[in-house]
Write a protein that binds this ligand. Structure first.
Ligand code: AMP
Length: 433
């Protein structure tokens, strides 16, 4: 991306807010569904309406979405041939200027689903901060920033990501220089707002990405403070993997006549993932992990533990048995987290052991296995965790180590994903369930 102001023409407003009354090309029964909610009051946001709504076409490539050639060129450079279902639904609606609620977990292509229409809208416009994307974690910030660079590389737009724990001055310079797109975690952004390093007077599009996770992390007051500085005539896009009442309330507060776009069932786990549960006594989990890692096919394994100490313990155990592993959690510095991720992406470490807080927003392609070393405390976290494998229709396996006091949690997960997870017993390790 460049910031060549001379080539810029007048702003192209997304416009037409509220004019579209139907989903595009509703001719085949795809799993994905679209609905327009009648108004932004409580009843209008019900998922029952969304689920009963019209479906959209699954035919056609990116060219049929009416995108500018600079965007199409970047999409071709990325090697994408067909839009994913969420992209097929979200892009035309976002281009019309509609507010959107996207019910899609990570791995569905949702990042391109919102960044592509934003780039399209901003291209050729004035060089001011016109789009803000709020995300829960620094990793997701970086991933969204990368997406804007990737899809916007021919579009002469600038982007900065703003999160805590890294150099402040570069962020200040970019913000004060009137960067086009700001991708931020709420905490650090408030800091910049208070110091008047950034103004949202010209903001046109606000994205709340992984809204459920932002609320889980307690960001509601910060979001409120940030949105209060943005004028109401913006376009607002909200993405969330799940739709608990808190997220619905957030949508009612900030979105105007939103369209709801949804991929699959609300809590559907990625279909390309094969799930298995390994019943195992708690004290033998580390040995079972080492045993499973003897299989060569497990070449790129993401392991989830409940606690930071648990993650460090697993790494120590793996190192003792000669497996290269790194931990990724909130006690690690930004530099440590980045280099751990890079080593894993480069195939230098075979196993990355992460806590839930670190798991969202990681874009690591080619993960062969996800292992829930501890059963997640929330059923929805199971869906997020295994969203790390099977991304963009790759296949992957998800193993869950279940000790006796985790049996009921596994049952809750099975109810949530609406499928029974087959049990695999490894002789000598199981506890006979
Ligand atoms: P996301 O759900 O946004 O985290 O994207 C998941 C992965 O899918 C990323 O690695 C993207 O690069 C990739 N991706 C996004 N859109 C497409 C597409 N239309 N075709 C193939 N891969 C895609």
């Amino acid at each position: 991306m460049t910031t060549d102001k001379k080539k810029r023409g007048p702003a192209r407003r997304g416009g037409a807010r509220g004019k579209s009354r139907s989903a595009p090309g509703a001719d085949t029964a795809e799993a994905a569904e679209t609905v327009e909610t009648a108004s932004a009051d409580a009843s209008s946001l019900s998922l029952a309406q969304a689920e009963a709504a019209a479906s959209v076409s699954d035919g056609g490539g990116f060219t049929e979405l009416g995108l500018h050639h600079v965007v199409l060129r970047a999409i071709a450079d990325a090697g994408y041939t067909l839009p994913t279902p969420i992209q097929r639904q979200a892009i035309p609606l976002a281009l019309k200027g509609r507010d959107l609620m996207g019910l899609a977990q990570t791995g569905t292509g949702k990042t391109a689903g919102f960044s592509i229409p934003i780039i399209e809208r901003l291209y050729g416009g004035p060089h001011r901060t016109r789009a803000l994307i709020l995300t829960p974690t620094r990793e997701l910030c970086q991933q969204v920033e990368e997406a804007f660079r990737k899809y916007g590389k021919h579009a002469e737009l600038s982007v900065v990501s703003v999160y805590g724990g890294v150099g402040y001055e570069t962020q200040v310079a970019a913000l004060r220089g009137g960067v086009d797109v700001v991708v931020a975690t709420p905490g650090r952004l408030i800091d910049h707002l208070e110091k008047q390093n950034v103004s949202f007077d010209d903001l046109e599009v606000l994205v709340l990405d992984e809204a459920d996770r932002m609320l889980d992390m307690g960001f509601a007051p910060q979001i409120q403070r940030i949105v209060a500085t943005i004028h109401p005539y913006r376009q607002t896009l909200l993405f969330s993997a799940t739709m608990p009442p808190e997220v619905e309330a957030l949508a009612r507060k900030y979105l105007r006549k939103p369209m709801v776009v949804q991929v699959g069932r609300r809590s559907a786990a990625a279909t390309t993932v094969k799930h298995f549960v390994y019943p195992v006594p708690k004290q033998r989990k580390a040995e079972l992990l080492a045993e499973l890692l003897k299989q060569e096919a497990m070449d790129s394994v993401l392991v989830f533990t409940r606690t930071k100490h648990g993650a460090d313990r697993v790494v120590r155990h793996l190192e003792l048995v000669g497996v290269n592993a790194d931990a990724l959690h909130a006690d690690k510095t930004q530099g440590q987290r980045e280099s751990a991720l890079q080593r894993f992406k480069d195939g230098k470490t075979r196993v990355l052991v992460a806590t839930d807080i670190a798991q969202r927003g990681l874009d690591i392609s080619g993960i062969s296995h996800v292992i829930n070393y501890d059963v997640p405390q929330q059923a929805e976290d199971y869906v997020h965790r295994i969203g790390r494998t099977g991304r963009a229709a790759q296949t992957g396996d998800a193993y869950t180590f279940m000790c006796a006091d985790e049996i009921s949690m596994v049952k809750t997960i099975e109810r949530t994903i609406n499928q029974e997870i087959p049990r695999i017993s490894v002789p000598g390790y199981d506890f006979g369930t």
